[in-house]
Write a protein that binds this ligand. Sequence first.
Ligand SMILES: Cc1cc2nc3c(=O)[nH]c(=O)nc-3n(C[C@H](O)[C@H](O)[C@H](O)COP(=O)(O)OP(=O)(O)OC[C@H]3O[C@@H](n4cnc5c(N)ncnc54)[C@H](O)[C@@H]3O)c2cc1C
Length: 435
Amino acid sequence: MKVLVAGGGIGGLSLALSLHAAGLDGVEVFEASPVVEELGVGINVLPHAVRELTELGLADEVAAAGLATGEFVMFNKHGQRIWGEPRGFGAGYRWPQYSIHRGRLLGVLHRAVLDRLGAKRMHTGHRVVRCSQDGSLVRVEFADGGVAEGDVLVGADGVHSTVRTQLHPDEGPPLWNGITMWRAVARAEPFLSGATMAIVGHFGKRAVIYPITPVGPDGRALINIVLEAKTTEGRPMPRQDWNRAVNADEVRALFGSMRFDWIDLGMLIETAEQWWQYPMVDRDPLPGWSLGRVTLLGDAAHPMYPVGANGASQAILDARTLAHDLALETTIDAALDTYETTRRPATSAVVLANRQVGAEKCMELAEARAPNGFRRIEDVFAPGELEELTTQYKRTAGFDPATLNERPSLTVPPADRTAATNDSPATAPPTSADL
Ligand SMILES: Cc1cc2nc3c(=O)[nH]c(=O)nc-3n(C[C@H](O)[C@H](O)[C@H](O)COP(=O)(O)OP(=O)(O)OC[C@H]3O[C@@H](n4cnc5c(N)ncnc54)[C@H](O)[C@@H]3O)c2cc1C
């Protein structure tokens, strides 16, 4: 079976590694960028995705590239603690949670692809511009006029997915909620536990801050900062470009005075070398991901607000699930069907939960009930209310400890592989002219 993967981001590279691990070696990754660059700032990889990376044999590499997140703490805009909880092992998971530079995680996956599959499977400078199907044959065309053919095409080409646009031509651009995000990293002294992920404020004006490296010999760690503000008034949506660099003027004006006894955000803003701006966008969940032998994965399938740190984690879960299904089902069509039946409802629920601010709902309630702050948190929330709000989100996103620890592995033992190598034409014939 030959699987064509459009996009060599976290989702696409995880898929290539997962297919290889499941005994399906016929994979070709086509990445638009001329080189795989270690771009981005910090992200979190949740225990359910760390489990998958561990089962792919990458536990040591990921651990060395990031920092195990020790706790997650929410504060109101006055810097008062609303709720805190341990993360990773401390929360009863069998796998840690990592705060990690997106580029370094991408680097770990890229090196593993080169080592395990070989450089000839990784085609950089190949922007997919069109795809088509003829029975069981899938064909992709590249911007330079080249073509490739295979049995399956997976669109892992991110929030502006060309493959998704071809499957759903009338969908239009991503949906903006009016919030602009400014992202940066700064070398600074650690705060709180030294492994704390802190969120301050409320939806519409929030700061998300966490270290992504251990403390170095200089007593400093690399701190990730994401500042979010609703800035719709009279403004067009900022360009959706992950690499859009801006100066610090606006963040300084909006957040520079946020100084608490546990962190000085004003100082962090001045320390950061570069700020990047991006609009907070998502898309409505789709009624279907697959058409014939073409399907979607990661942000191409379910772009979501970066609430609850799920974007990269859900892409990794998609990848492992799809490889599992392709190795175990007897036909490709059955495998794509099983994949979509498992992953589409699960990720649609996260997209929708993130619109309701997911686990961070506590911060909205704190702002609504006590905008001027509180003397005791017990005066704002009923007994057990905070715990219930955060537990609900973990269940929705598939990472509550009991479920994750007990669910069967997605690793496919060699004896079980039936590989959906059946070449019969797709049972659901494409309905558009192109597909
Ligand atoms: C440069 C960059 C920086 C990012 N920085 C952050 C960040 O700081 N914080 C954060 O939360 N998220 C960031 N993200 C998004 C985050 O990586 C994803 O939300 C998440 O990891 C899901 O991964 P994905 O593989 O589905 O999508 P992505 O990581 O977006 O990967 C998609 C890949 O497909 C490639 N591609 C796009 N179109 C085509 C095409 N037509 N043909 C072939 N290849 C194509 C892209 O170049 C990219 O490598 C960034 C994404 C990118 C591309």
